[in-house]
Design a protein around this ligand. Structure first.
Ligand SMILES: *Cc1c(COP(=O)(O)O)cnc(C)c1O
Length: 476
């Protein structure tokens, strides 16, 4: 399997070549040159693998369709090391439960940081360690986080050989629980840098450091952001696992997914699964007030927001001004026309701040051909949905999952099961739960008292040179 760029770069690469890379050299995102096809017979086999051998075996079977430069035995061992009950809390890893006949929830947030990003990041940590060791290299990951991504990256990379993580975050702006989760990691290879500023300041610093190419090369700096193909690939697996479970639990004709979405990484994996032939009826994109994606699916116009036009919401992990993985879907929508994709994302967006596909033939059949539809929710919708789910089903869901449930309930058809992805546990966003219900969500045992643990973090002004100096001091 070879990988190509969404912007048409002629050179193709193998999986391990792009594993440690971010963007392609032409600014595009990597995708496989074709999607491996799973026919009815193969689907049956994968279902048996999942129910008889478990999630890790399913992951190996799916990943091996896309990875041909890691020996099969090694890849299988990496999957088995990643997807364990000890790390993900249940033997099923991503169990599906029914709230009612048409509304199911798939739990993706029982990993170490209680958010779905662990599902892929844990695999990435093991793949990185394996590949760096094989190449005899080191990698220093520099990132910016407002919460979930940074902690998932740190928990995935802690103690890994050849890897250090330098994670910037806005000082004092994450929830106390999120701060405790990150700053209580005392591993030698994890460095928390709290920047006196907002999230954008952290991102600007990371960009400035990464744009200094000689410095980046000399200090072997890389990233683990959501555009990394291996992360997306690992997410494909839980759509298969979710489909198999839902199919077994329900006599309804169609299985669909509703996905709380920000950067379009999670739901892009659903798109890949569907392109492989997994019979997913619809893919429902649920956004919060930052409804860039809902606007596109309703109007054909993709309009990037300015930072002053980006809202701070009570589902903060979906607060985006643009959806960084969206280019992958547009490339497929446009029948993989790299020149046109490049025109839209590098020229039109830069010149006008938007592109418009409303008149394009492919947009008119977007739902029939690709299954996509969408919806938006507001803060009040989240509060109402959390309350309604609590009263009807005696369950507490987190605000991001509530975005998904709200949009799912609006559009689920009689012959359809909507599987909503549970992307975080409510304890991470306790203040919104208290606002909705007047009670605090319960806390998993392992997290009791984490706010009182010793912390390792340095506070710094929003100054690029100081961050660079810190890197120099700690890389040697
Ligand atoms: C990251 C995140 C999302 C959004 O996922 P994307 O891949 O960016 O669309 C939703 N919910 C939670 C809890 C997250 O951490």
């Amino acid at each position: 399997m070879k990988y190509l760029s969404t912007r048409g770069l002629p050179q193709k690469k193998s999986f391990c070549d792009i594993l440690l890379e971010g963007l392609a050299p032409d600014g595009g995102l990597y995708l496989p040159e074709h999607y491996p096809q799973v026919d009815a017979h193969e689907l049956k086999r994968l279902e048996e693998v999942f129910f008889k051998e478990g999630y890790a075996a399913l992951a190996f079977n799916i990943l091996s369709l896309f990875i041909d430069d890691i020996p099969a035995n090694d890849l299988r061992a990496l999957c088995e090391k990643t997807y364990t009950e000890a790390v993900f809390g249940t033997p099923q890893i991503a169990p599906v439960r029914a709230l009612n006949e048409g509304l199911f929830i798939q739990a993706l947030s029982n990993g170490p940081t209680l958010a779905f990003k662990d599902m892929a990041m844990q695999m990435l940590g093991n793949l990185f360690e394996y590949e760096l060791n094989r190449k005899g290299q080191e990698l220093n990951i520099l990132g910016a986080t407002s919460g979930d991504t940074g902690s998932a990256a740190e928990y995935a990379m802690r103690g890994k050989k050849g890897i250090r993580v330098f994670m910037t975050s806005p000082n004092g702006r994450m929830s106390p629980f999120q701060q405790a989760q990150m700053f209580s990691l005392l591993d030698d290879n994890i460095f928390n840098i709290a920047i006196e500023g907002v999230f954008d300041d952290c991102q600007d610093i990371v960009k400035a450091v990464s744009n200094d190419l000689p410095f980046k090369k000399q200090l072997k700096i890389g990233t683990v952001n959501s555009i990394n193909w291996a992360r997306l690939l690992a997410q494909v697996v839980y759509y298969f696992a979710g489909y198999f479970q839902a199919r077994k639990m329900s006599p309804r004709e169609h299985i669909s997914f509703a996905v709380p979405s920000g950067n379009f990484g999670n739901v892009c994996a659903a798109h890949v699964a569907r392109m492989m032939g997994l019979p997913l009826h619809r893919l429902v994109v649920a956004t919060n007030e930052n409804n860039v994606l809902d606007e596109f699916f309703k109007t054909g116009v993709y309009r990037v927001r300015s930072s002053s036009d980006t809202h701070e919401t009570s589902s903060p992990s979906m607060d985006i001004s643009k959806a960084s993985n969206f280019e992958r879907f547009i490339f497929d929508l446009l029948a993989r026309n790299g020149a046109l994709t490049s025109q839209l994302f590098s020229k039109d967006i830069d010149a006008k701040g938007y592109f418009d596909l409303s008149a394009h033939e492919s947009f008119k059949s977007i739902e029939q051909q690709f299954g996509f539809s969408s919806g938006t929710s507001t803060h009040q919708n989240r509060l109402d949905t959390i309350k309604q789910v609590f009263e009807a089903y005696h369950e507490i869901i987190d605000p991001h999952t509530a975005d998904g449930v709200k949009v799912a309930q609006e559009c689920t058809q009689d012959n359809e099961v909507m599987v909503v992805l549970e992307t975080a546990l409510p304890i991470k966003f306790a203040s919104t739960i208290t606002e909705a219900l007047g009670v605090e969500p319960s806390r998993p045992k392992a997290f009791e008292g984490i706010e009182a643990l010793p912390k390792r973090v340095v506070v710094m002004p929003a100054n690029v040179q100081q961050v660079k100096d810190f890197l120099i001091d700690h890389v040697r």
